[in-house]
Each structure stands twice: as C-alpha cells, then as structure tokens.
Design a binder for this molecule. Sequence first.
Ligand SMILES: Nc1ncnc2c1ncn2[C@@H]1O[C@H](COP(=O)(O)OP(=O)(O)O)[C@@H](O)[C@H]1O
Ligand SMILES: [Mg+2]
Length: 286
Amino acid sequence: MPVVTSIINLKGGVGKTTITLALAHFLAIEHQKRVLVIDLDPQTNATVSLIPELEWKARDESGRTLFQLFTDLVKGSKRFHADEAIVRDVSNIGGGVAGLDLLPSSLGLIKIQDRVTQLTDFEHFSRGPIYGLREALSDFLPYYDHVLIDCPPSLGIVTLNGLAISNTYLIPVVPDILSVLGIPPILDRIDHFASSTRHNIRALGIVISKIRSQTILHNEMVQRLRDDFLDRRFPLVFDTMIPESTRIAEAADVMAPIHTLQQKYGGGSYEYLSELTREYLTHVAR
Ligand SMILES: Nc1ncnc2c1ncn2[C@@H]1O[C@H](COP(=O)(O)OP(=O)(O)O)[C@@H](O)[C@H]1O
Ligand SMILES: [Mg+2]
C-alpha cells in the first residue's frame, strides 16, 4: 500500500497546496514514484495547477470530480467511478508527467460539506460518512507509491474522509505567531479523530514555508518551533525550510510550456524543494 499523507493546517495561505504540488512533482520526476494527488479543497487550487481549467470544468459537469463522490454519499447514489475521475499523467512539464495522477476537486464540495455535517456525530464519528473516499479508491490506491492529499483549512467531513485513508500528515506553517498558535488544535483534533476511529495516523512533521530568513521575527518563530519540538510539545520540524520566492507562485501556471523541474521551480526554489522531497522520503521510511 502507498504512503498516504494529508497536508493540513486550519489556516489558509500557509503553503499547503504549494508543498503538495512540489512533493508530487519531485517524487514523480526525481524519484520515479507513482503519485496520486487528491485535491480535497473546494478552492480547487491544486486541481487547476495540474490540469487546464476548461478540462476541469468539463469533468466537473460530467460527474468526474470529487463532487460526484460526496454527492453519492449524501444521496446514496453510486455514480462516482474512480477510474473515470482520476486524471493520469498530469502537469505542464513535458506535456504531462508519467506517474503523476490527480483526483480533481470541485467548488460544489462547499455545499456538500454543509449538508453532510448535519448528518455527522462528531464526538464518535460513528454515524458520519467518513469512509466514502476509502471505499471509492480501494481498488486504486495499491497502484501508487505515494498519495498526497491537499486538505481544505477545516476539519469537516471532506477532510475527515482524507484523514481516514492517511497514515501520516504534514503541517505547513509560515513562521508567524498565529500560525504557531494554530498547531496544537490540529494535533489535538487529529489525535481525537485517530483514537475515536481506532486508526493510526502519524504526525510526520512541520514544514516551515515562505520564510524570510533575514527578518528577526521569522528567525525567532523558527527557533520557537524547534524548541517546542525539543520539549516534545510539537512534532518534528523539517530541516528544510522553503524561502519566500516569486518563482514558486509562478510555478502554479499549468499553461506554461516547460520541460524540466528546474524550469518550473528555478531561481532559488528548485534546490529547496528537491531537498524537502528527499527529507520527506527519509521521514516516511521510518
Ligand atoms: N515559498 C513561497 N514563496 C512565495 N509565495 C508562496 C510560497 N508558498 C506559497 N506561496 C504563495 O502563497 C499563496 C498561498 O499559498 P498556498 O500554497 O496556496 O497556501 P494554502 O494552500 O495553505 O492556502 C499562493 O499565492 C502561493 O503561490
Ligand atoms: Mg490550498
């Protein structure tokens, strides 16, 4: 079975999608892994960074995104088919990266989230439909080496479906005070979910992103995170930190015709993301 990792934080704008996409690309291209990206965020940023927007819309309208899966969960229908919904060999690098696949998201997940939440008993997770994703993908997951789940900034039913198939999770943070304060609630709630569902899910670590290492505040926050880890309050903090760089933001353009990872992430980001991926592989191997 693959390593399944949720990339999660209850805050937006901390680099979840960027890190998901970078790990996916580097694992597929530099390590020849078979990778599936599951985009659980209704903002669909990962989806439209991996396939053209028009293709995504056509798929969404014909029931080939996660909207159909969650609609089935609510209505008891069975129209979602993972083999039709998974887009193979996505990305703009070389016109598509072999072994890099995507299960696309949908704006419609917002509506679903509201409807399913009313059905869910959050204390025990017993009545809530948290195993829809697991059932829909059961025949397909064994094909992959790595599954990366880009989570929305909430712990609603959609995210719980992702956690229910995850063996590990990764917390991206930007080094500011609100980000750091946001970490304990994530750890607590995932712990609670794991024990209520009797499902082991390991905190792989914290990845610091968008760092400006010349600023005092950022350096203080990084030190605080590393101290909290040493005091066993927090999970491990990855050695590799992702600097703030405009090239990373530009890399999300799926229409740019490029051929290499260096072209996509050049200008000072490539080396960090390559190193982050190597470090990720050492931590999941433990
Ligand atoms: N290291 C970075 N340097 C500069 N901009 C970044 C970096 N990481 C992310 N961004 C930009 O910040 C914004 C939020 O990042 P994103 O990955 O979408 O966060 P999230 O998924 O947590 O909401 C995006 O516009 C993204 O391009
Ligand atoms: Mg995002």
